[in-house]
Ligand binder design. Sequence first.
Ligand SMILES: Nc1ncnc2c1ncn2[C@@H]1O[C@H](COP(=O)(O)OP(=O)(O)OP(=O)(O)O)[C@@H](O)[C@H]1O
Length: 287
Amino acid sequence: MAYIELRNVSKSFGVGKNRTQVLSNINLEIEEGEFVAIVGFTGSGKTTLINLISGLMMPDEGEVLFKGKPVTGPSHERGVIFQNYSLLPWLNVGNNVGMAVKEAFKKMLRRDRNKRVKEYVDMVNLLPAINKLPKELSGGMRQRVSVTRALSMSPEVILMDEPLSALDALTRGNLQQEILKIWNKDKKTALLITNDVDEGILMADRIIPLKPGPKATLGPEYKINLERPRDKTALNHNEEYKKLRNGIIEYLIQIGEQRSSTKKNTYVLPNIKPRIKPMPFQRISFK
Ligand SMILES: Nc1ncnc2c1ncn2[C@@H]1O[C@H](COP(=O)(O)OP(=O)(O)OP(=O)(O)O)[C@@H](O)[C@H]1O
């Protein structure tokens, strides 16, 4: 029995003529302890896929199973790290993380809870900002709080929806390593959504492309047998890595081209004329 399983899952949005099938007949099995990355184009349905697995959305057809049972709603067993960091604006960093820890460990003593909060906030180098509100943080700092908040709950499954996309290369690299450390140490199961093939190869055991939508389906899987821990710089000189990377990128280019050739490329623009008189040109004197 797979740990997470999607069987013939389809999901549409909209009604009547505006109804679009975003995901079509998705089949996926993830084993316990595995790290799987889904790579795909923007708008292809990657977030929808994560939402279905987390239980935030229900499929129209097919089913999502977690440990053999249908997923009927969200649960802290499956922690999601969102793309848009969704922090509670009225709580400081420590309390944003603290609330998650309290939810996951209801019987934990306050003292132990605070210790755990500090440990996780420190992990993303934000101890100096522990009393700051989200509005006082940069986008990258908020993203780090969001990552550490999800990890502090020690979920069995870490679901990541492009969690590192807003970060600079250095912070991104550090967080990739932190996530891998936790995944490896606590034997978690992880699903990473990314549009970065290199990130996928660095972190995952398998990469599966999501074909462009509508009616997106999963493409062929690429197994990554590169030894762990993987070093980004060393990988650049690894022949197996280069072959794998080229293979995935070529596949993505090929399915991207197929999509553009089947799409209508001509658009009739509306014949709109301005109803107001154009403003007279204003002279600005430069000194
Ligand atoms: N709740 C919703 N209601 C209506 N349409 C939706 C909803 N959620 C997603 N969609 C549509 O489904 C399609 C896929 O969206 P989704 O966010 O899953 O894509 P994505 O691959 O995660 O995109 P990105 O890479 O830009 O984050 C888009 O066309 C989007 O407009």
